[in-house]
Ligand binder design. Structure first.
Ligand SMILES: NC(=O)c1ccc[n+]([C@@H]2O[C@H](COP(=O)([O-])OP(=O)(O)OC[C@H]3O[C@@H](n4cnc5c(N)ncnc54)[C@H](O)[C@@H]3O)[C@@H](O)[C@H]2O)c1
Length: 283
């Protein structure tokens, strides 16, 4: 409690970078336990459309390839979750010649995946088909015992989402013989008792793009960090007028970050004419 009071006095606001972090802060707000205003940087379009999708999409496959040297073409890749991270992973895997299967719990995301050209099915069915499994949900125990037991020999398990809870490593240990064998710095082989089928777990179930690769390319992080910086400046100027809740990144900041990024790429775009502006706002 004393710690909370000190935090309340000394911290005037915060920013949050990622999906899971924003979810926790919204939960704190709902429980009336948030102590200061927070800007949800993750929810800016110039963050999630590029960082979560393109950055994580690319660096996740990079981490898997670095750890295993596997050819993605012709493999069955299961993307668990079709949010921004899942979309990035699935699209890139498809582009590299893989057959991509998506699992979801949200019917709308599931239709989106289907109409984007992916197969959609429950995890238990996908478990039997996949060669590579990539969790992208921010949830816990997405791949668990019943799934491990249905998988083929030699499958690769990687997480691109949240902590090392998306793949239920505890149950993987519980159904495996002896200690996992270390194949290389980021790959362990588990010998599952049932049929002695091998599973390769990457990065101990931690985010594979950060552990086994270099994370996102700088162009992508520049967009996220520009949002961070401008949001921090916004808080510094406005905190005494901000409600204690999770705020969106102001639209002007999002637009400015987009414009700065285009400038840096030397790309020019059109502007609405006065007539178009008027037409858009006419009743
Ligand atoms: N590795 C990285 O560098 C990196 C970068 C950005 C975000 N993230 C993390 O990745 C996770 C996903 O982020 P996002 O922006 O895509 O979030 P998102 O909310 O857009 O997508 C998550 C998706 O997972 C789905 N889902 C939830 N439970 C599921 C289940 N049991 N089975 C299948 N699908 C399920 C949801 O319906 C949703 O569509 C978050 O934890 C986020 O913090 C990681």
């Amino acid at each position: 409690m004393a710690h909370q009071q000190t935090a309340k006095k000394e911290i005037v606001g915060g920013t949050e970078e990622t999906t899971s972090g924003v979810q926790r802060l919204v939960a704190l707000e709902r429980a009336r336990r948030l102590l200061y205003p927070v800007v949800a940087v993750n929810n800016a379009r110039t963050k999630y459309l590029f960082d979560n999708r393109h950055g994580t999409g690319q660096s996740t496959l990079d981490g898997i390839i670095r750890s295993t040297g596997i050819l993605l073409a012709g493999k069955n890749i299961v993307a668990c979750g079709y949010g921004w991270v899942g979309k990035g992973v699935a699209t890139r895997a498809k582009g590299m010649g893989a057959r991509v299967i998506v699992t979801e719990v949200d019917p709308i995301k599931a239709i989106e995946a289907k109409m984007d050209g992916f197969e959609v099915m429950p995890m238990l069915d996908a478990a039997a088909l996949g060669d590579i499994f990539i969790t992208c949900t921010g949830q816990t125990c997405i791949i668990r015992k019943e799934h491990f037991l249905k998988m083929k020999d030699g499958v690769i398990l990687a997480n691109a989402g949240h902590f090392d809870v998306e793949i239920d490593t505890k149950s993987l240990y519980s159904i495996s013989q002896g200690k996992p064998a270390r194949i290389n710095a980021n790959t362990e082989r588990f010998d599952v008792v049932n049929g002695k089928k091998k599973k390769k777990l990457l990065s101990k179930g931690r985010v594979v793009n950060l552990v086994a690769a270099e994370g996102h390319p700088p162009e992508v992080m520049a967009l996220s960090f520009a949002n961070q910086l401008l949001s921090i400046l916004y808080i510094a100027r406005n905190y005494d007028r901000m409600d204690v809740k999770v705020h969106s990144v102001p639209e002007q900041i999002d637009q400015d970050v987009g414009s700065y990024a285009l400038d840096s790429m030397g790309i020019k775009i059109d502007q609405m004419t006065v007539e178009q502006e008027r037409y858009q706002h006419s009743s």
